[in-house]
Design a protein around this ligand. Sequence first.
Ligand SMILES: C[S@@+](CC[C@H](N)C(=O)[O-])C[C@H]1O[C@@H](n2cnc3c(N)ncnc32)[C@H](O)[C@@H]1O
Length: 224
Amino acid sequence: MLDPAPYNSRRVVSNQTGPHERLPEVVQKHLTSVYQAPILSHNIDAFEQAEALAQQHGGPLILDSGCGTGDSSRKLATLFPDHFVMGIDKSADRLGRERAGGTASNVHLIRADLNDFYRLATQAGWQLARHYILYPNPWPKSAHLQRRWHGSPVFPDMLKLGGKLELRTNWQIYAQEFHAALQIAGVNAQQELYAPNGTYLTLFERKYAESGQTLWRVTAHSMT
Ligand SMILES: C[S@@+](CC[C@H](N)C(=O)[O-])C[C@H]1O[C@@H](n2cnc3c(N)ncnc32)[C@H](O)[C@@H]1O
């Protein structure tokens, strides 16, 4: 049988050549105002289910935000067997894709929009042990800054959830902006190259790495 074709994933193309010039102003605005968009009822239902599951397990909580097919959630559940891993994604299609190998008892995938879920979780006083945001949609057009997590009005709620935060991306500008936004929020963070060395947490990570793309990681260990 022929080897499967190697991945040939396209690099992010953007009209930005560096961090967005309005980033500090946008982040500051969100840090000093309250995000008031209404929370949709199906996200409230999803959050209530999540809260019941977290309480039932009782262990430290890991959030895998934008988990897609949940491969990373399942791997994290194996890496942290005494933690409860919750993978959240808004796409029923991605969450529903069949995966071989069964599912550990300490992982659950939930369909919800994180713009609502983060606010519900902070209102309920959640404190995470770890928080992964792996290969978020880059929204590379300059006009789309506020669709990136650090440019979004929900960014302050994401930070209030605490825990060891780790974001990975194949777009250096996303990593630079996320790092800068954390610093504006008073969170000590590190930005570095990330080399998976053949061990992949997600399918996107594998596709990007095997296409020869450079990967970046931003970590923060002391959230305010
Ligand atoms: C590029 S994919 C990465 C998926 C996975 N983390 C990986 O690395 O394979 C981004 C994922 O984030 C999800 N997503 C984007 N915005 C979201 C939101 N507001 N709430 C929940 N999920 C979201 C998308 O549905 C998609 O599955």
